[in-house]
Design a protein around this ligand. Sequence first.
Ligand SMILES: [Fe+2]
Length: 276
Amino acid sequence: MKAKAVVFGVIVLSFLTFSLVGIGCGKYRGSPFSSDILRGERDLNLSAVASLGDPEADGIIRIAIIADPHQNYKDLEDAISTLKRVTDVDFLVNLGDITNSSYNMEYDQYLRSHSLIGVPSFVVAGNHDMLGAGPAIFNKVFGTSNLFFETNSYRFILFNSANLETPENFHPDWLLSIVQASTKPVMIFSHIPLDDKERFHGDVKAKFTQIVQDSRVKAVMNGHNHAYLLRYDSGTVLLQVPRVEGNQWVVLEVQAGQYQIINQAGVVVPWQNFKP
Ligand SMILES: [Fe+2]
């Protein structure tokens, strides 16, 4: 009888502990480490390509760029609502780290905010999104993490740079080939900067240098480091987008071989020529 009471007590305690953990961390199906998610969105990056229309119809491409919203979904929703009020963007690119630990419930939580954006929206894979079941969830929800699409005048490439977390989805040769095959100027979106000294060495570093210095590549955007930074390499614009925090975002406007950078405070870089 005493043994039965102990077993019953353990079961009740386990149930309570599991319930409290579940309540504290949000809802999930099965285990937070599985690739099962509650939201029904699938192939969102491909859907964004399909709904892009002609962003150049009015002569200016306006690209909203945000980064690293992990653990900051409230600020993400503030950024989305400000972006909607302040500027009329053609499409949005989220430079990744939408989760902290690639848990399915974090993907579910991010997707609730993503659904509010209201313009074609792309997500780049971040290193935090590529842990455990992350690659499987990402593929399910957004489609392949290496993708390119074109408007009339530009080729845009989304590149999975999480070499340490998902080597099976890290393809520098693919990036180089897609750049070299382009008949249009190119812009690249990567979570990690392509000149990250801690991650990219030897052949990979050489390929990324070749890519950044290619005459076709006009701009490379990255997140990961959480702070705004504008640099140039051989005339290529290297734009590091700040973390979504306290309503931070960037809009890159592109018109006739020129670019302008705007953020939540106004124009940061007035119209400049891209490298020839
Ligand atoms: Fe990161």
